[in-house]
Write a protein that binds this ligand. Structure first.
Ligand SMILES: *[C@@H]1O[C@H](CO)[C@@H](O)[C@H](O)[C@H]1NC(C)=O
Ligand SMILES: *[C@@H]1O[C@H](CO)[C@@H](O)[C@H](O)[C@H]1NC(C)=O
Ligand SMILES: *[C@@H]1O[C@H](CO)[C@@H](O)[C@H](O)[C@H]1NC(C)=O
Ligand SMILES: *[C@@H]1O[C@H](CO)[C@@H](O)[C@H](O)[C@H]1NC(C)=O
Length: 966
C-alpha cells in the first residue's frame, strides 16, 4: 500500500490513469491537477485530497469536460431535434459564411446537419456539396455541414435556389446544397452554448457516449476483436455499405457517430473534408505550416524529418480529439519525383529512392508515434503505385518493368509497409500492368499483404484515392459497370473508398459479384484501426489539445526546416550580404508572397512572413523598395520600368520568383521546364544595372537556370522551394549570413530541351540510345544536367578525411551468411558497413554540412549500369569556423546499397569493382571489390499469369497519352 502518495499530473488523462493504478483508498496526501478548468474547480472545493481523488474518479467514468458525470444508461443520444428555417442559397466560393464546426457524411440531410449544429449550440447550419479539390466534386456526393453562431456574408452572394439543388446522397428527395454554394438554415432552438470556443474540451471517446456505451463494442471485458465483431455483426447491410466510404455514416441507431476519414497532413494539418479550421479567435483556427516536403527533404536531415512528423502528428491528434479532424491523415505522398513536369512533386521528398525511404520512415513514425497500438494518428503511404502524373491521371495505365518496380516505384512502399507501422495505404488512380491499382490483386494482395506483410496487423487497411474506384469503370474501362468496379476494388482488398461507388455494393452483392464476408473483413480492419487511435476508449494521446498546437517549439522547427532545406545554387561571393547595404530593391512575384509560399495541401498557417515582411522587419537598417515587376506567368512588361527604377535607386537587388501553384499543382502538370512568363527577361534587365543581384527561386519543379548561371550580372541564386510560414525570415537569414545554407537539391535540374525529348508518359528510368531516350534521374540520365542532384554550395570551406572505410574486398557469400546469422532476415536493410569521414570547417563561417555518399561500378552486373547511386547520407550541424577537430559523418551502408534489381525485380549483389565517393565533387573516394557469384538478397513476386475476377474485366493497354481529364 502506498502512503504519502502524491499525484502531479499535467493532463487529466494522465492523472486518471495514475489514480486508477493507485486507488485513493491507498491514501493520498497531496493532489495537484493542473490545466483543466473543470478539475481546477473541483480542487477548489473543500475536502481531503483523497476525497477529491474519489470525486475525480467518479467523474472520470463520464465524459471528460462535460458538466455532468457521465452515466451510461443506454439512452438515445439525440432526443434533441432542431427546428430550422430556410434562409436561402448563397454562392460561397471561400466557404466562409459559417466556419465554426464542420462534419462531412454520406448520411447528410438538412435535418441531420441542423441537429448536429443545434446540439452543439450553434444557431445556423448550412450544407455545401463538395468543397475541397474541385476535380473530385464529380464523384463526391457527400455533403459538408457547416455550423456557426452568426453568418458572415461578406464574401458570399445570395443566389437562386437552383444552385443548392444537389441531391442528398442517401435521401435523394432532399437537397444538400451545391458546389461552393451554401444552403443555409437558421436553428431556432440551439442547445446550450456553442462548443469549441476559446477553451474547448475534447470530444469524449465514442464509448463514453450514450447509447453506444451500452453496446458490446464498448464492453471492456471483451477483447478488441470481440468488440469489433459485435459491432460489425449488428450493422444492417445498408449500414455496412455506408461505413465503407470516407464520409462514413456511422449508425444513428447504435449511437456510432459519423466519421470523415479524409484528413491531410502533407506538411502540417491541411485543409480537407475531414478538417475544419474555425475562425479566430476560436481554438484550432490554425496549425503549424511546415515547408513543402521537397524543401524539408533537401535538408537531408533525418532527425528534422522525424521532428516535423512528431509535431504534425501531435497537432493532428489535437484536432481529432476536439472534433476538428478525423484520425486518418493521408500523408506522406511518397511517389518518387520521376517526371520534372509533375504538378505534385512539391509534396514528395524528391527523385531519389533512398531519400524517399528515409523520409517516409521518419515522417510516418513521427506522425503515428512509436506505439502502433496507441497511435497519435493513422498515417497513410500514398499513392500505391507508380502514380506521378496529373495529366490523364484517372485513366492512365503504365507498364513499368519488374526491375523498375523493385528498384524505384515500389521500393519506398516496401519501406513504409515493412519498416514502419503505417496504418493505411492508398491505392492510386492509375493502372499498373493493365489493372487499376485499386483493383489489382497483384499489388494489393501478392505484394502488399503477402510479400510485405501488411496483413500482419489486422488493423491495417487500404483506402482508395478519391474517386479512383469510379475511375476503374469510368476511365480505365476495366469493368463494364460501376457496381462491378466497386466489387473488383473491394475484392482486391480496397477496404475503404474515398468517393461513392461503394454505394453500389448492394447491387454488387445482389448479383453475386462480392460477398458480405469481404465487407465484414474490410469493416473489421477499419474499426480495429480506430481502436489504435483511442476512438472508442481514449488513449495515451487523448488529452492533446489546442495548447499543443503551434507551440513555440513547433514554430521554431518550421523556421529551421525552411533554413535547412534552402539550397545555394550559385554564389560569386556576394553572399552572405555584408552590412554595408543601405537600400534593397525587393522585386518579383514571390517578394510579397503569403499563401503562395505554402504550396499545395496546406492548412491555415498561424502567420505567413513574406520576404517583404522579413526584409522590412525591425532589425534591418536598410530601406526596402518593393516592386512586383511581373507576375509568375506574366507577359506584360509594364511593371519592368518601376522595377528598374527601384533597382536603380537601391544598392542591392533581390529578385524573388520562380513557379507557384498556378502552374504546378494537383491536377496541373507543367507544359515545360523553363522559367515561366517574362521573369527571365526582367532579371536580365536587372542584371545589366551593375548592382549586386541575388535571385531566389521558389517552387518545387525545377526551371532551367542556364541563363542565370551564365549571366555574370546575376551574382547568386538560391533555391527556396515552398518555405511556408517563416519563408521570408528563413530567406533573409540565409542571405545575410545569420544562417549558413547547407541544403542539397533533391532533384535533377534538366535543360529545357528535356521536356521536348521525353514524353511524360514514358516511365522508363534507364536510357535507351536507339529510342533516343536519355533516361531519368541522376542515376540514369545520360545528358548534362543544368544543376545536378545533390548540388548545394556553402559559405565556408571544408576538409575531409576518411576515418573508417570498408575492407578492400568482400566475398559476397560471406556478406550473405553474416547478414543471415545476424538477424535471420536477409533483405536490403541488413547492415553491411559503416563508413565514417571527418569533416573540418576550414572556412570563416559556422555551417552545417550534408555528406552524400555515392556508389558506382563500371563492371558489376549487366548493363546498363547506373551513373551512381546515393547509398548513405548524414547532416552535421553547426561546424565551427576555423577547424578544431571537426566532426564525424556517420554513413551506414546496408546490403541494399550494394544491390540492384535484375530483370525479374530480384535485388541482386553483383561481383565487381566498386567506388564510393563522398559528395558530388568526390572529395573522398574509396575502392573495393565484391567477389564470388551474384547473390539475390530479396525477391519481388512476379504477377501471376492471370487473376480471377468476379466480373468481366478488360486489361488496359499501356498509355502513351492522357487517358482522362486531369
Ligand atoms: C471504353 O469502353 C467503351 C464501351 O465499351 C468504348 O466505347 C470506349 O472507347 C472505351 N474507352 C477506352 C478509353 O478504351
Ligand atoms: C503584400 O501582400 C499583402 C497580402 O496579400 C497585401 O495586403 C499587401 O498590400 C501587399 N503589400 C504590398 C506593398 O503590395
Ligand atoms: C499591362 O499592365 C498595365 C498596368 O497594370 C495595364 O495598364 C495594361 O493594360 C496591361 N497590358 C496588357 C496588354 O494587359
Ligand atoms: C491548386 O489546385 C487545387 C485543387 O485543384 C485548387 O483548389 C487550388 O486553387 C489550386 N491552386 C492554385 C494556386 O491555383
Amino acid at each position: 500500500m502506498l502512503r504519502g502518495f502524491c499525484v502531479v499530473a499535467l493532463q487529466l488523462q494522465q492523472a486518471l490513469s495514475l489514480l486508477q493504478k493507485h486507488p485513493p483508498s491507498s491514501g493520498i496526501d497531496t493532489l495537484y491537477l493542473l490545466r483543466h478548468p473543470q478539475v481546477e474547480a473541483m480542487v477548489k472545493q473543500p475536502g481531503s485530497p483523497a476525497a477529491l481523488a474519489t470525486l475525480l474518479l467518479s467523474a472520470a467514468s463520464g465524459a471528460v469536460g462535460q458538466d455532468q458525470p457521465f452515466v451510461c444508461d443506454g439512452s438515445g443520444a439525440a432526443p434533441y431535434e432542431a427546428t430550422k428555417e430556410y434562409i436561402g442559397c448563397f454562392r460561397d466560393p471561400n466557404v466562409s459564411i459559417l466556419g465554426e464546426a464542420k462534419i462531412s457524411t454520406i448520411a447528410m440531410t438538412p435535418q441531420y446537419c441542423a441537429n448536429w449544429c443545434g446540439s452543439q449550440g450553434f444557431g445556423f447550419s448550412g450544407m455545401v456539396f463538395g468543397t475541397v479539390l474541385q476535380t473530385l466534386i464529380q464523384c463526391r456526393t457527400a455533403s459538408q455541414c457547416f455550423c456557426g453562431s452568426s453568418p458572415d456574408y461578406s464574401r458570399a452572394t445570395n443566389t437562386s435556389d437552383d444552385a443548392c439543388s444537389s441531391k442528398c446522397a442517401i435521401e435523394p428527395s432532399l437537397y444538400c446544397g451545391g458546389q461552393y454554394t451554401n444552403s443555409l438554415y437558421q436553428i431556432t432552438n440551439p442547445q446550450g452554448e456553442p462548443s469549441g470556443g476559446t477553451n474547448s474540451s475534447p470530444n469524449p471517446p465514442a464509448c463514453q457516449t450514450n447509447p453506444l456505451c451500452s453496446h458490446a463494442v464498448c464492453d471492456t471485458s471483451k477483447s478488441i476483436s470481440e468488440r469489433v465483431a459485435a459491432l460489425v455483426k449488428d450493422f444492417t447491410q445498408q449500414e455496412k455499405i455506408l461505413n465503407l466510404i470516407d464520409a462514413s455514416a456511422g449508425s444513428a441507431r447504435l449511437g456510432l457517430p459519423a466519421h470523415e476519414w479524409w484528413s491531410e497532413a502533407t506538411h502540417g494539418v491541411g485543409s480537407a473534408p475531414g478538417v475544419q479550421f474555425p475562425k479566430a479567435p476560436r481554438d484550432f483556427n490554425h496549425a503549424t505550416s511546415f515547408p513543402a516536403p521537397i524543401l524539408t527533404a533537401a535538408s537531408f536531415d533525418d532527425a528534422l524529418m522525424r521532428a516535423v512528423g512528431d509535431v504534425v502528428g501531435t497537432e493532428g491528434r489535437a484536432f481529432a480529439n476536439h472534433g476538428f479532424s478525423g484520425f486518418n491523415y493521408w500523408a506522406p505522398n511518397m511517389n518518387p519525383f520521376r517526371e520534372p513536369r509533375w504538378g505534385r512533386g512539391q509534396e514528395t521528398p524528391g527523385e531519389d529512392v533512398l531519400l524517399v525511404r528515409r523520409y517516409v520512415q521518419n515522417y510516418v513514425t513521427g506522425l503515428q508515434g512509436e506505439n502502433p497500438e496507441d497511435k497519435r494518428i493513422i498515417a497513410n503511404c500514398k499513392h500505391y503505385a507508380a502514380y506521378d502524373l496529373e495529366s490523364g491521371r484517372h485513366g492512365n495505365s503504365y507498364n513499368p518493368s519488374q526491375q523498375d518496380l523493385a528498384d524505384y516505384y515500389l521500393s519506398a512502399f516496401k519501406t513504409c509497409v515493412r519498416d514502419t507501422h503505417v496504418g493505411s495505404i492508398m491505392c492510386s488512380y492509375n493502372a499498373v500492368g493493365g489493372m487499376p491499382t485499386c483493383a489489382s490483386p497483384y499489388l494489393l494482395q501478392d505484394v502488399l499483404r503477402e510479400h510485405w506483410g501488411f496483413d500482419q496487423q489486422d488493423y491495417h487497411f487500404v483506402v482508395s484515392d478519391c474517386s479512383a474506384v469510379t475511375d476503374i469503370w469510368q476511365w480505365h474501362n476495366f469493368t463494364d459497370t460501376e457496381q462491378a468496379a466497386a466489387a473488383v476494388a473491394l475484392n482486391a482488398g480496397t477496404d475503404l473508398e474515398c468517393g461513392n461507388s461503394y454505394l453500389k455494393l448492394n447491387e454488387s452483392l445482389a448479383d453475386g459479384e462480392t460477398t458480405e464476408a469481404r465487407m465484414d473483413e474490410a469493416l473489421t480492419r477499419l474499426y480495429k484501426a480506430l481502436f489504435t487511435v483511442g476512438y472508442f476508449d481514449g488513449g495515451a494521446h487523448s488529452a492533446l489539445g489546442w495548447s499543443d498546437v503551434a507551440t513555440a517549439e513547433a514554430t521554431e522547427l518550421a523556421y529551421r526546416a525552411a533554413v535547412e532545406g534552402m539550397t545555394l545554387i550559385k554564389n560569386d561571393g556576394v553572399l552572405p550580404l555584408g552590412s554595408g547595404y543601405k537600400s534593397v530593391a525587393l522585386i518579383g512575384p514571390f517578394a510579397n508572397a503569403t499563401t503562395q509560399m505554402q504550396g499545395d495541401y496546406s492548412g491555415k498557417a498561424p502567420f505567413l512572413r513574406s520576404p517583404l515582411i522579413a526584409f522590412t522587419s525591425g532589425n534591418q537598417s536598410w530601406t526596402v523598395n518593393y516592386v512586383l515587376g511581373t507576375a509568375v506567368s506574366g507577359t506584360n512588361t509594364t511593371g519592368f520600368a518601376a522595377a528598374l527604377e527601384a533597382a536603380n535607386k537601391s544598392d542591392l537587388v533581390v529578385y524573388c520568383g520562380g513557379v507557384d501553384n498556378s502552374i504546378e499543382n494537383e491536377t496541373l502538370d507543367r507544359k515545360n521546364i523553363v522559367w515561366p512568363g517574362n521573369q527571365l527577361e526582367l532579371v536580365s534587365e536587372l542584371s545589366k544595372l551593375g548592382k549586386p543581384l541575388v535571385v531566389a527561386q521558389f517552387g518545387a519543379g525545377q526551371v532551367d537556370d542556364s541563363a542565370l548561371l551564365e549571366d555574370n550580372g546575376v551574382n547568386a541564386l538560391l533555391w527556396a522551394g515552398y518555405p511556408s510560414q517563416d519563408g521570408g525570415t528563413a530567406l533573409l537569414d540565409i542571405l545575410t549570413g545569420k544562417k549558413s545554407p547547407a541544403g542539397r537539391l533533391p532533384i535533377t535540374q534538366y535543360p529545357a530541351s528535356y521536356a521536348d525529348q521525353v514524353s511524360m508518359f514514358n516511365i522508363d528510368l534507364r536510357s535507351n540510345a536507339t529510342a533516343k531516350f536519355p533516361g531519368r534521374t541522376y542515376m540514369w540520365y545520360t545528358g548534362e544536367p543544368v544543376v545536378p542532384f545533390g548540388h548545394g554550395l556553402h559559405y565556408t570551406g571544408f576538409d575531409f578525411a576518411w576515418e573508417k572505410t570498408p575492407n578492400e574486398s568482400y566475398a559476397i557469400a560471406d556478406l550473405i551468411s553474416a547478414a543471415t546469422a545476424e538477424n535471420n532476415t536477409l533483405n536490403d536493410m541488413a547492415p553491411f558497413a559503416t563508413v565514417t569521414a571527418r569533416v573540418t570547417n576550414v572556412g570563416e563561417r559556422a555551417s552545417d554540412y550534408v555528406g552524400l555518399l555515392y556508389l558506382a561500378s563500371g563492371n558489376a552486373g549487366p548493363e546498363p549500369r547506373p551513373n551512381k547511386v546515393l547509398v548513405s547520407y548524414d547532416r552535421l550541424h553547426d561546424l565551427e569556423a576555423g577547424g578544431g577537430d571537426g566532426a564525424l559523418l556517420e554513413l551506414p551502408l546496408t546490403l541494399g546499397a550494394l544491390a540492384r534489381a535484375d530483370e525479374n525485380g530480384d535485388l541482386t549483389i553483383f561481383p565487381g569493382d566498386y567506388k564510393l565517393a563522398l559528395d558530388n565533387d568526390r572529395s573522398l573516394t574509396f575502392n573495393f571489390a565484391l567477389t564470388g557469384e551474384p547473390a539475390v538478397i530479396e525477391t519481388l513476386p512476379a504477377p501471376k499469369e492471370s487473376y480471377e475476377f468476379s466480373v468481366p474485366v478488360h486489361m488496359q493497354p499501356e498509355s502513351t497519352e492522357a487517358m482522362s481529364p486531369s
